[in-house]
Design a protein around this ligand. Structure first.
Ligand code: FPP
Length: 269
């Protein structure tokens, strides 16, 4: 009964064991969409959807850490979300603060490194302060990177990086010929994180919505119809399993990839 909604712990355990048998994505990004619709469908205020959505954040983060994902990046608040009704923005900020306070022990106990990308200076002080504290406090941890994209936009990130690079050229610190993908990537907010392998988007929408535009160049996309407040460990693991069944070609042909695997295996033996 209610199998789609309430995963049996054994199902989750079984799925976890199965995904751990195959190469895992190193870095997963999630566009957590559908909170508002989840609430509206139940005749509740939208903020209730965000509240339930933060329970999914907790569950999915736990699961990602358990299976050994190196980096998880969550699109929690976009640059464009500032234009939402003031009371929704205020409620989201309250939720973020609550999350940072409540999750502190969980983050520290599990060696998670909390990180944030985006124009975080724009966040109110009552969010920025606990965020900075926990980033600092968790900076020596060595476990999974948990990055919150806050006041984040992919285009804004690229423009900002371009400006930084241009300034270095102007000051004579960088030669234009030395600018390549690696150097440019060092100026992005995600510098230091592993390559993005998988982007998951909930709620049936099939868009990138200004999320990790540069980083998603070779990422796999998994779209699920599930609304974010209902996306829990079981569904997350199914998304990872879909990724594991894809063939990632990076511009090569299938035959080239198979040859590479054979010569790689021969080289290893
Ligand atoms: C998109 O759903 C979701 C957001 C704009 C906010 C995401 C926030 C959370 C999941 C909770 C707080 C975050 C953390 C890290 C504790 P939507 O409101 O656009 O949904 P809709 O498309 O159905 O209206």
């Amino acid at each position: 009964m209610f199998r789609g909604l309430m995963a049996e712990p054994e199902d989750v355990q079984r799925l976890e064991e199965a995904v751990k048998q195959k190469p895992l994505p190193r870095h997963i990004g999630i566009i957590m969409d559908g909170n508002g619709r989840w609430a509206e469908l139940r005749g509740m205020p939208r903020v209730q959807g965000h509240r339930e959505g933060s329970n999914s954040v907790r569950e999915v983060t736990r699961c990602a850490r358990r299976i050994g994902i190196e980096a998880l990046t969550l699109y929690a608040f976009s640059s464009q979300n500032w234009s939402r009704p003031a009371e929704e923005v205020a409620a989201l900020m309250d939720l973020l603060r609550e999350y940072l306070e409540k999750e502190r022990a969980e983050i520290m106990d599990h060696g998670i490194r909390l990180n944030a990308i985006g124009d975080v200076e724009k966040l109110p002080k009552f969010v920025r302060e606990p965020l900075d504290r926990l980033r600092e406090e968790s900076s020596k941890n060595t476990g999974m990177w948990l990055t919150l994209a806050l006041s984040y936009g992919g285009r804004e990130e690229i423009v900002r990086a371009t400006r930084d690079v241009a300034e270095k050229v102007q000051k004579g610190e960088l030669r234009p010929e030395a600018i390549d993908e690696r150097v440019f990537g060092q100026h992005l907010w995600t510098h230091g994180l592993p390559e993005l392998d998988l982007v998951i988007r909930s709620s049936g929408e099939r868009r990138i919505s200004n999320f990790l535009l540069w980083q998603a160049a070779y990422a796999e996309f998994v779209f699920t119809d599930t609304l974010w407040p209902e996306l829990r460990a079981e569904e997350f693991l199914r998304c990872v399993s879909q990724y594991q069944n894809r063939e990632r070609r990076f511009g090569l042909t299938g035959a080239q990839l198979r040859n590479q695997k054979v010569s790689g295996a021969q080289g290893a033996s």
